[in-house]
Design a binder for this molecule. Structure first.
Ligand code: TYM
Length: 346
């Protein structure tokens, strides 16, 4: 392992089917960074229990996500792909960091407000979720966090937590930077283009799933909401539906938005929507095929996650130990991996 490379960390929740939004803000950015960075990508299963969930489904979704990481181009040799619950340092770090996180700041998280709205029972885990995320990032002395726009506020909080800890207990954490896509940082719901395309909140027709069949994808784009003006023009305020479709096509083909506007200048919305759908089918089809092949071999996925967990334990243990020591816990002389946190073979 080359310690001089900058570090990248990101995570995705194993809940529901992953969407084109997750591809655009998440997966797409990950594979690009594994060449230039020491890369850690985490299936954040501990985050998924913060809302109602089905235990059988969590197990399935965890393996789905492992297969999706590899299908979208991550290489288990170069990047560390692992599952959050396999590395106990994450849960420990969250508790330690909660002592330097203010209740007021957590109450201002918009994702907490959105996800708790209208629920009878709001779990404490949903409220403290951003602290767990801060721990994920800070444990690896991360330089860069590739994420979509909806995680911006959580990343800001992670930076604040790092600074507060460093100030209170001495320099311990690197303060991470976010990496947001210029185009496609916030893919919107095809039926309700004023709302984000979401794994949990979007309707079946409003969200495009990475594993959708070509037919399903075409159907969804043909019925995507546009407007009555009949002009293919990028203007997210006035024309949210059309602008979202332009962003999606730009993500799928790599062409700039202006070039697409020119190409569809004289086209009707019908032809435009078919072209967007076809570009997404061309993007997702090979990913779905690789995904299906990889998903069939659960033993291999489990093996790769075990390899990743071992690497992640080694990489995170020194920071966790430093946190305990700086905070004044009486650690034994047993070395850096005290008690149950000691990784195998160390
Ligand atoms: P999650 O699982 O909701 O989403 C995973 C990634 O997908 C991005 N994303 C989108 N990007 C563009 N348009 C959309 N409509 C869209 N929907 C989702 C998200 O921004 C994210 O990058 N809290 C995080 C997971 C997490 C994490 C971390 C991320 C836990 N620990 C540490 C980075 C670093 C979440 O729930 O993402």
């Amino acid at each position: 392992m080359n310690d001089t490379k900058p570090k990248v960390f990101s995570g995705i929740q194993p809940s529901g089917s992953k969407t084109l939004g997750n591809y655009s803000g998440g997966f797409r950015q990950y594979a690009q960074t594994q060449e230039t960075h020491e890369a850690f990508f985490c299936i954040v299963d501990l985050h998924s229990i913060s809302v109602d969930y089905d235990p059988g489904e969590l197990r399935r979704a965890t393996l789905d996500l492992a297969a999706m990481f590899f299908a979208t181009g991550l290489d288990a040799e170069r990047a560390t792909v692992f599952c959050q619950s396999h590395v106990t340092a994450h849960a420990e770090a969250a508790w330690l960091l909660s002592s330097v996180t203010s209740y007021g700041q957590l109450s201002r998280m918009t994702q907490f407000k959105d996800k708790s709205e209208g629920r009878d029972v709001v779990s404490a885990a949903l409220f403290t979720y951003p602290v767990l995320m801060a721990g994920d990032i800070l444990l690896y002395q991360t330089d860069l966090v590739p994420i979509g726009d909806d995680q911006r506020q959580h990343l800001e909080l992670s930076r604040d937590i790092a600074e507060r800890f460093n100030h209170r207990f001495g320099e311990t954490f690197r303060v991470p930077e976010g990496k947001f896509p210029e185009i496609g940082g916030r893919i919107m719901d095809l039926q309700e283009p004023q709302n984000k395309m979401s794994t949990t909140l979007s309707s079946e027709q409003g969200a495009v799933y990475i594993v959708d069949s070509p037919d399903a994808i075409m159907k969804k784009f043909k019925s995507a909401v546009t407007d009555s003006e009949r002009e293919v023009r990028y203007d997210p305020q006035e024309k949210p539906g059309v602008s979202n479709l332009l962003e999606i096509m730009s993500v799928a083909t790599g062409e700039p938005i202006e070039a697409l506007e020119r190409r569809f200048e004289n086209a009707g919305y019908g032809d435009f929507k078919v072209a967007v759908g076809e570009s997404v089918v061309a993007l997702l089809n090979p990913i779905r095929e690789r995904y299906e092949a990889l998903r069939g071999d659960e033993r291999e996925l489990q093996r790769l996650l075990a390899v990743g967990a071992e690497k992640a334990r080694r990489a995170s243990a020194p920071t966790l130990e430093m946190m305990y020591e700086r905070m004044g816990f009486a650690r034994s002389d047993a070395g850096p991996f005290f008690g149950a946190a000691r990784p195998k073979g160390l």
